[in-house]
Design a binder for this molecule. Sequence first.
Ligand code: PEP
Ligand code: MG
Length: 637
Amino acid sequence: MTTDTTETVTGSGIAPGVTQGTLRFFAPAAETPRAPAAKGEPETEIERFAQHVTSLIEDLRETVARLGDDPASPGADILRSHILLLEGSSLRSRVEETIRSSNLAAEAAVEHAIEEIVRVFEGSGNPVLVERAPDLRDLAIQLRQRLVGQRPSLLAGLPQDPSECILATRELLPSLVLEAHARGVRGFVVDRGTPLSHGAILAQSFGLPVLRVARLETLWSLDGSRVLLDADRGELLVEPAPADLAPRLAEVPPVPVPGPEPSSLARVWLNVMDPDQLVGVDWTGVEGVGLYRTEMLFLGGRGGMPSEEEQTRAYRALFQRCAPGRATVRTLDIGGDKALPYFSLGPQDNPALGLRAHRIYRFHPEILLTQVRAILRAAAGFPGLRLLFPMIECIEEWRFVQGLVDQAVDSLAADGIEFQDRFERGVLVETPSAVWSFRRLLEAADFASVGTNDLIQYLFAVDRSNLNVLRTYGPEHPVVLQVLAALARDAKKAGKPLAICGKAGSDLALLPVLIGLGITDLSVPINRAQAVRARLATLRLRDCRRLARECLRAETPHEVLELLGRPGSPPGPDVVAPRGADWVDPVCGMAVHAEGNPLTTVRNGRRFYFCSPECLEAFLRQPAPPDTKLRSKLSAP
Ligand code: PEP
Ligand code: MG
């Protein structure tokens, strides 16, 4: 809750935490001149470029050596990947070719060549590759600075002392984050990037919160304002009243002392979608990877399914980074909200209820056979392997999938290839029919995990990605809690561990209820793991059980939220950040399409979109400019 006078800008947190400071706008690329004073012959330009690549590599090596002793920091690994990019032939030869073919100065050739590579990354549709684009832009700026003889610093152009600032900048370039951290910057506001970017991974490792908003330019007028950045709640409070500051800053979870004792209440695991995310991870009190979403591997690159060899390499990287812990690999869950651009799933009016995961293997068993062969080959010598099967609705689907897994095992044995033949098999509970089949499934499976993201969607028949129905989508609904309680009872009776790997598992307020219900394992995003551990360390089982009983007696989500000490309405369009080009109709509050929507008008330099002529007319009749709350809704991403 905020006081009525505080202006609030909403967004989404891509690195957690809460901080306060002065908002300062900064564009590192704009600070570097583009053209050289004089341009030489192509061979001279190539020579100049080569010299500066060498000097940049030397500087990066020095920084790596400085950072290298700290195993908890991913900085050294990230900079090592930059060195590899600079040493590799593809970047160098592209710049050299550009200098020769376009007769450009080295500065301009660097910019052109790197932008070309960035376009390929960004057009790949692979979220991990897309998030490597800032690394290349970072190197381009550093090379250009050196080529024009500028002092190599990404913060060089910032006139004010950046300490105690919150930087508003387009995207997080890794070296900008490193330098900003060293100079006392407290956090970032961006309008590009995800938690997968190296910049976000670094910011998180330094405890610097990052908020992503829809469009940075809508905040220009706030340059120099005192702000409170609450990335946990996805909010930026402008000139916050003291009453807004105190509770938020007090809410910052205590930084856990890296203790040897994991919480006895539940084991904490990590959710990842790319083994690279594990570089520099703090494994303190963490059991292993509880959910590796393998879909990302299938989204990238060549425009086809990755081969068994390619998959084997990727899974090997995961196991190497997890050892000696355990790793839970979820088999491919395409369909529904995760489509592959190169694989048609046929006509589907309702993809969430259509071909998805193992339903596809009825037509293409080779997809699962290849994947399981690759996983088992990569896990040779890694004893902590667990396979997790998504979207299993009932025992016959489980048996069908296990039949394919057994076939993969037999084929590897017949081929005489080294592979891991001891692994656990887990069922991912994501549908109401799996809930009703749970006892039978537990007899067959070694462990179970609840995919609350999908389970809530299918329990309530509410699309998890539709902003206008999210009011009905929340883990705090007593119906969800009753389902979880039943699953936990059955798992306990069967003596099998039960995890939550959906978003609900990292909801700090809900945590005592989940523990009280009997959940034994929590698999959470990397950037939530230590906060979840810290929260678990504050809980007592007896209190958790009492709270869970009270919540199970509640009739509405509001009552549960009150019991959790979080009164207010459950998520709805007014508090959930709209995505992409979707905006909020300022009259009715509905998320509407911006693109191609003719129902639009501009007021005070800002464009508004509407669901109907009636809402547009009602808006045009309003004489007053939109109030602060309205504006904050409109600035969400
Ligand atoms: C879930 O549904 O809760 C889950 C973990 O899977 P995903 O979000 O990848 O569908
Ligand atoms: Mg799911």
